[in-house]
Every structure is written in C-alpha cells, then in structure tokens.
Write a protein that binds this ligand. Structure first.
Ligand SMILES: [Zn+2]
Length: 254
C-alpha cells in the first residue's frame, strides 16, 4: 500500500477531528515478531498463556511463571517497533487530543514514541509486589533473580505488571479509555478482532458517540459493518499509508 486515497467524507472527518483514539491489539505487534509469543521455539514454545498467566499458576508454581515472563521480557527486549507503531506515534503530533489505548503489554508503542498511552493489560516492563503493591522495574527484578520471583521487604513476591486471566483491568486506565472513546471524533481500531472485552465496549462507545470509525485488520471483524472505512491489510502496511493520508488532510501545504 504505497499511497492511500481517502474519500471526501472521510477527509472531512479527518480534517475536523480534534479528539482521536487509536485502539490497538496483537496484530500491531505481529510484524515485530510478537504476535503470540509461541512461535519462537525453545522450551516455552508449547506453553499456553492460559496455563501460566493466572494468579492460581503464580501461587502454585511461582518459579515457572516467573521464568516464563523472564523469557517473554527478553523476547520483547530483542524486538523493535515496526512501521505501524511508528505511524501511530507520528500521528500524535497531528491531532490536538490523541490517545493510544492498547491491549498489548510489550511496550512497543512507548518505544516508538507514543506518549499519551493507556495500557489496558498492564506492561511487561513493570513488576509489583503481590502483598504491598510496591512497583519496580521488571528488567532489574529479573537481573536480580532470574529463576524465581524476588522477595519484597514486606515478605511478598514480585510478579509481572500484567493483567492475568481472571483479573480485572486497572480501573483508572479503563475509565480513561472509556472517556476517550466516548468523546472522540475519530476512532481507529488496529490489529484487533474487537471480540475480547473491553474492545467491543470501546468501539461501541465511539460508535454511539458518532465518531468516524476506521478499522485496520487483515480480516473483517464483527465490527466491520459499523466502520466508515475498513482497510483489510496488515497494520505495518496500512498504517504508514493511512498516517500519510491523514497528514495530507490536516496539513495540505506539506
Ligand atoms: Zn511488598
């Protein structure tokens, strides 16, 4: 996708948009090699996240869960933001109010330069104590104790700062995402099928608010019929072209 020509109605919506939300899922990180964490080979390849990403697993086998997250942390550290992350970060300069809401825990949006970022499922970059809640850097925690969760001064154990299956999403982050979706003029859904809670809720909030809805995904999703524009393509191909087309709308002289 070299250049993208937006229809005049979409161009008008892009030109007048003040508040923009980008909602991203695993598809955005696919081209960074971080789609599922399952394809890289080795000891952990056959592990199902559902078996390790739970509070029960951490209670039963803290060492195993910690080592799995240490492996994921290293995979993410070795990965780089791709053109989709960079295009999403670039658009932050184009609109007055711009929020990236992501389901990804890999931190690649931040590394690409996104600043106003809501990480709904937490971040691999942080750890916190399961007793007193104290935060610390995950990389330092792993360096200090690669085989088992480090023990906090309160006697608790440090765990990865991600939301596990069966846990609720961070309340303030979810509230921020809902507010942003409710008040946005333009909502861009990227690399997510939209079927996992709370994705569906956010898209619906934006739809009911009358926002212009744009979807970027390799396959149609249950929400495609609500969209003003669907780009059926991988995020790393479609996003740079879409960002450029939006910049041309907003800054016609450049
Ligand atoms: Zn503690």
């Amino acid at each position: 996708m070299d250049t993208l020509k937006l229809s005049e109605p979409i161009r008008q919506r892009v030109r007048s948009a003040a508040r923009v939300v980008v909602f991203s899922g695993a598809g955005v990180s696919r081209e960074s090699g971080l789609d599922t964490f399952r394809g890289a080979g080795g000891l952990w390849e056959r592990m199902r996240p559902e078996e390790l990403a739970t509070p029960q697993a951490f209670r039963a086998e803290p060492e195993r869960v910690w080592q799995w997250y240490a492996w994921r942390f290293r995979q993410v550290a070795e990965a780089s933001p791709n053109p989709a992350h960079r295009a999403i970060a670039r658009l932050e300069a184009v609109f007055p109010f711009y929020t990236v809401v992501t389901q990804n825990v890999d931190g690649l949006h931040r590394r690409a330069g996104s600043r106003n970022l809501l990480e709904l499922h937490g971040a691999l970059a942080h750890a916190f104590c399961n007793r007193c809640g104290r935060n610390r850097d995950m990389g330092e925690a792993i360096a200090e104790s690669p085989e088992s969760p480090p023990v906090c001064s309160c006697g608790g154990k440090f765990r990865p700062g991600v939301v596990w299956f069966g846990e609720s999403l961070p309340e303030a982050t979810l509230a921020g995402a809902s507010d942003a979706a409710t008040s946005c003029d333009l909502f861009l859904s990227v690399g997510t099928s939209g079927t996992v809670y709370p994705a569906a809720g956010l898209i619906e909030l934006a739809y009911r608010a009358g926002a212009c809805l744009i979807e970027v995904n390799p396959e149609p999703t249950p929400f495609s019929r609500l969209m003003d524009l669907c780009l059926t393509a991988p995020a790393g191909e479609a996003l740079p072209a879409l960002a450029e087309a939006m910049e041309r709308c907003r800054w016609p002289s450049t």
